[in-house]
Ligand binder design. Structure first.
Ligand SMILES: Cc1cc2nc3c(=O)[nH]c(=O)nc-3n(C[C@H](O)[C@H](O)[C@H](O)COP(=O)(O)OP(=O)(O)OC[C@H]3O[C@@H](n4cnc5c(N)ncnc54)[C@H](O)[C@@H]3O)c2cc1C
Length: 357
């Protein structure tokens, strides 16, 4: 069976796209490996109507709603490779399962590579975070550590004083010039140059000189790459972002491979549930029109061919009469007009009969 669209990645952005497609009565295959990026966090914040909910519950509710549409097929598993071209893509899974689709949508999310500090990864999504808007409020104006990974970490340190007392650990990843130092200190940020040895307890930063500094939470930036290489291997171009790389798309979310689209964290910055869902909905809303155009085109080509063969069997039609001639001979040229129907309709019927191509 050939699906209208194969969506690779069935989390927030993939499901948001699938929902639009299903509501346009497209047949959609979703293949999802079940590794949402926020799976480490027990609560998701900042997503309207679901603030504080378990992110797994948000995804499960969305999936239940999708499953009420008869044109959905859902496979829990990994898509290994994608190949082909517009109108005939092939997605392969392990053990050789093969799926065909007219369009592809990559909603694969991104991977997070954290600074290599003992104890950091274990606390990711629990007391180590990325986004102040997602997890800053719950720190209750407490002490916040920012662990630098490069110059862009200065922006994080500038932002976070809105949520508590900030210490910036440069950790040999960034050099701070005088202007930035003055700016940070003006915001009350303490700058700590000693390298970090490890993270302990809830969010205690242990320095190489032996000091142990407790915090309500730690923020750092991760390096991001699409969570799966499948789009890149198929030939979709990536482009750099301040935090890594993402799949390159145009405004309609089409990648550099015609007929293959991408959305969500894998294809936009910045990242959040709201933005991923919006991006997915936009991709999903664009896809049916693209497919629809293809369908309409092939139908109009068929119609033109049959019209052309009909025309070949009859006398050629006269050229369009000039408007003045038309006005003087209404009954002959514009039967509708003669019958008192509005002139606008008759003008359009001119176009249809006079130009049969
Ligand atoms: C620790 C943490 C906490 C966060 N907390 C919040 C928060 O509180 N609020 C907020 O708004 N945002 C939060 N975010 C950001 C949020 O998680 C992302 O913006 C969101 O998950 C992006 O959705 P997505 O659908 O694009 O990708 P993801 O949710 O990452 O989903 C991608 C899906 O694609 C699947 N996949 C990938 N490759 C393949 C393949 N080859 N075959 C099949 N399936 C594949 C994955 O298994 C996964 O299910 C958090 C992020 C992190 C890291």
């Amino acid at each position: 069976m050939q699906h209208d669209v194969i969506v690779i990645g069935g989390s927030y952005s993939g499901m948001a796209a699938a929902l639009q497609l299903l509501r346009a009565r497209r047949s959609v295959l979703v293949i999802d490996a079940g590794q949402r990026r926020n799976r480490f966090a027990a609560h998701s914040y900042g997503f309207l109507g679901q603030d504080g909910a378990d992110p797994a519950d948000i995804a499960a509710a969305a999936r239940r709603q999708l499953e009420t549409y008869p044109t959905l097929t859902w496979i829990d598993g990994l898509a290994e490779t994608a190949s082909g071209q517009k109108d005939d893509f092939v997605v392969m899974q392990q053990q050789g399962a093969q799926h065909r689709g007219r369009r592809l949508l990559f909603a694969t999310g991104v991977s997070d590579t954290l600074p290599d500090i003992e104890g950091l990864q274990d606390r990711w999504g629990v007391s180590v975070f990325l986004c102040p808007y997602c997890h800053g409020y719950e720190l209750d104006n407490g002490r916040i550590a920012v662990i630098a990974i490069g110059p862009m970490s200065l922006h994080q340190a500038q932002l976070l004083p809105e949520w508590g007392e900030v210490t910036l650990f440069t950790n040999q990843a960034v050099t701070i010039d005088d202007a930035s130092r003055a700016d940070l200190e003006g915001r009350g940020v303490v700058i700590e140059p000693a390298p970090i040895a490890r993270i302990e307890g809830h969010a205690d930063v242990v320095l190489s000189d032996g000091r142990k500094l407790p915090f309500a939470g730690i923020f750092t930036a991760s390096r991001n790459m699409p969570a799966s290489p499948i789009a890149e291997l198929m030939g979709c171009a990536l482009h750099d972002t301040p935090f890594g790389a993402q799949i390159k798309t145009d405004d309609a979310k089409q990648t550099t491979v015609p007929g293959a689209f991408a959305c969500g964290d894998a294809a936009r910055v910045p990242h959040s549930l709201s933005l991923a869902v919006g991006d997915g909905a936009w991709a999903g809303a664009n896809l049916p029109s693209v497919i629809g155009v293809a369908r309409r085109l092939s139908r109009s080509i068929r119609l033109r061919r049959s019209a052309a063969s009909r025309v070949a069997k009859v006398r050629p039609l006269p050229r369009a009469a000039p408007r003045s001639a038309c006005a003087s001979r209404p009954a002959r040229c514009c039967p509708g007009r003669a019958a008192g129907r509005p002139a606008r309709r008759n003008r359009s019927s001119h176009r249809e009969t006079d130009r049969p191509s």
